[in-house]
Design a protein around this ligand. Structure first.
Ligand code: PLP
Length: 396
């Protein structure tokens, strides 16, 4: 078994065009955190997303940090964030001394539940302490219900920062992910759909916000010939070399979305008949990029827990991963407030992310689907005695 090629969850996929652009960056000698490739990448990204002001940064987490700082988030403040997300969505609030308050997701999008958000905001208003920002995550490349979230925030005039880190190429009602929000954050980390090995983008319709964030990202230099500083900034710019990779990746992003969606469809077709398996829904409001293909297992019907399936796949050198563990269950956020509807905990318990790399070959997909089906057949479906499951799984 160890001789079979490992199938990774979401490995990098780099084409020839990327290398050509990196060569160009080398030839220009801008081996620096500024340069023509960074400028061009920002322009290309603005054109692709329709969000006019884009700032290329070292990571998605850095982009969120700058966005929240621009919105005046500071010590003692609160921000309302999706609980079903990756920590990079939330840790920047704590960098600034603010406290996250977690909002559960809905079943239709797996993203921030606008009803729960409205309830929390009403209670915040009642206490006389409104949050400084609302941070919905576009989970696994599916946009949150932006209109419903905007409606909940509008009476209190609270800005929305979309964590679209996973959602490059996704759309909501015809707009690109993050468009229309006060700010949006994207990630180009190695496992994301657009990969610069590491990087991120802060995008905003607000030119002043973006320009000041640009200044803060470069150590907050004042416009003097010598180094003059009137405020504290960061060293957060993206390397010119990595921006070249980003430009190349962006050129075939639509193709990548198409491939990711095809992978999801292949899993759905291949596994539809397996009892107890269901799939991450796609809301009618948009096009998900299907960054990761996610299934849910009804343990009773399927005959095993997701963790048992994960281990069985691992034994066949196939990488799968649990759904994000909700932030309100993280030890580091013990004591943080949560408006919980039980959905994210359920998704964490039942969910499994399957290999979704754009370089997956049809034979790889068949291997994954075959392994899941064999495992499912071995569990015997609806079982009465929990003990029998292990025995059967062992035989598979
Ligand atoms: C990847 C990710 C981030 C952080 O991006 P980095 O570029 O890794 O800092 C933030 N939020 C979500 C939801 C992510 O998936």
């Amino acid at each position: 078994m160890s001789s079979t090629k490992r199938i990774f969850l979401s490995p990098p996929h780099i084409g020839a065009e990327e290398l050509e652009l990196v060569r160009e960056a080398f030839a220009s000698n801008y081996i620096a955190p500024l340069g023509p490739m960074v400028d061009a990448f920002e322009k290309d990204f603005a054109a692709y997303t329709g969000i006019p002001n884009c700032l290329a940064l070292a990571s998605g987490t850095a982009a969120m940090h700058l966005a929240l700082r621009e919105l005046g988030v500071g010590p003692g403040d609160e921000v309302l964030a999706s609980t079903l997300t990756f920590i990079g969505s939330v840790s920047p609030a704590t960098f600034l001394g603010a406290a996250p308050v977690f909002i559960d997701c809905d079943e239709a999008t797996w993203n921030m539940d606008a009803g729960l958000l409205a309830e929390e905001l009403a209670e915040c208003a009642g206490r006389g302490k409104l949050p400084k920002a609302v941070i919905p995550t576009d989970l696994y490349g599916q946009c949150a219900d932006y209109d419903a979230i905007a409606s909940a925030c509008a009476p209190y005039d609270i800005p929305v920062v979309v964590d679209a880190a996973e959602a490059v190429g996704a759309t909501y009602k015809g707009r690109h992910a993050g468009a229309g929000a006060r700010a949006a954050v994207f990630s180009f980390n190695g496992n994301k759909i657009l990969n610069t090995s590491g990087g991120g983008m802060l995008a905003s319709s607000d030119a002043r916000l973006a320009e000041h964030a640009r200044k803060l990202s470069q150590q907050a230099r004042e416009p003097f010939p010598y180094y003059e500083h009137a405020e504290i900034g960061y060293n957060y710019r993206l390397s010119n070399v990595l921006a070249a990779i980003g430009r190349g990746q962006l050129r075939w992003l639509e193709e990548r979305v198409r491939i990711k969606r095809g992978i999801f469809d292949a899993y759905r077709e291949g596994l539809e008949d397996v009892p107890g398996i269901s799939f991450m829904p796609e809301a009618p409001t948009g096009r998900a990029n299907r960054w990761l293909s996610v299934i849910l297992l009804d343990a009773e019907e399927f005959g095993a827990e997701p963790e048992e399936l994960r281990l069985a796949l691992e034994a066949e050198n196939i990488e799968a991963r649990p759904v994000w563990k909700p932030m309100h269950l993280q030890p580091v956020f013990r004591g943080c407030r949560v408006r919980d509807g039980g959905v994210s905990e359920e998704l964490f318990k039942e969910g499994l992310c399957l290999p979704s790399g754009t370089s997956l070959q049809p034979a790889d997909l068949e291997r994954v689907i075959g392994a899941i089906k064999r495992f499912a057949a071995g569990t015997g479906g609806r079982r009465s005695a929990p003990g029998a499951r292990h025995q059967l799984a062992g035989q598979a």
